[in-house]
Design a protein around this ligand. Sequence first.
Ligand code: TXA
Ligand code: MG
Length: 329
Amino acid sequence: MKNIVFDATKGNIAQAAARLAKGKLVAMPTETVYGLGADATNDEAVARIFVAKGRPQFNPLIVHFADVESAMQAVEFNVKAKKLASIFWPGPLTMILPRKKGADISLLCSAGLPTIAVRIPKHPVAVELIKTLGKPIAAPSANRSGSLSPTTSRHVFESLGKNAGMILAGGKSEVGLESTVVDMTSRTPTLLRPGAITATDLEAHIGKVKVEIEAVDNNPKSPGQLLRHYAPNTPIRLNAVDVKKGEALLGFGTLKFMGIEDGGFAESLPEGQLLNLSASGDLHEAAANLFLMLHKLDEGGFERIAVMDIPNEELGVAINDRLKRAAEG
Ligand code: TXA
Ligand code: MG
């Protein structure tokens, strides 16, 4: 197959922007996960994203801007949204805001909602690509619908193949989890998807934030809340306190006390059957490794992946949210 993965050199970024301008797709690195991008103002281009991902329905998409000024042309910012923008952008925060009358963002990005999800990414390649295109980029995670989010260019290629169009390689995504999504249109802002920026982080600047991240069966506010969403093919067993026959282990913190059911210690499992999200118990390191390691163990052909308990605090909330979804179904 023709190579479609390119280093993010200036020349290749320019070429990627030219593709986008023609309504084609480009997978780009962001600090959260890789995104499958299209010109957000071009309906046909945005529609291509859904086809490439094999999305069952038109979920709304996040629109990525290079700066607050251009985001302000598309959506109405209230006082709290301005505050959050000044503190957390560029970065892993997505805000749902009312679409401005006459905004040139494709209606497909909103999927029938009167709102648009907006974000300013921090990854220099994403920012450069948006600036070169001169238009915002709509981008969901660059994976086939229902599978794990990609944190490397290789993941993108393995999940989407040539459907990705062109893949800009920009290293491993630093955060490793999709952005925090907060609906700023309700009187009390509502956290819809936990991420690296936590509810507590938000509350420090704008006061009370409601949390609605539990999965809802019907008409979820944010379709990303659908329970089975971030799933590897291998079944997952959470809060494992030992390793059973046929299982691989995804560890967290010290493995000293993890045993194998049939005898022996987890630490002696062969390479490839054991990965540790963070030996030192660092939640940031664990988040950055989460999808990468799930991908690796998923490829190992094990019966199940046992995952050790991860403290449900700070970034652990987002990690556990993804793990819970991966374990469903
Ligand atoms: O980190 C990220 O957010 C990555 C990178 C590429 O930016 N993107 C990403 O996109 O994760 P996606 O499409 O996989 O997830 C977008 C989430 C979904 O849960 C979607 O339902 C929600 O944002 N969303 C988008 N627009 C919305 C809107 N107008 N109202 C409510 N939820 C919205
Ligand atoms: Mg996704």
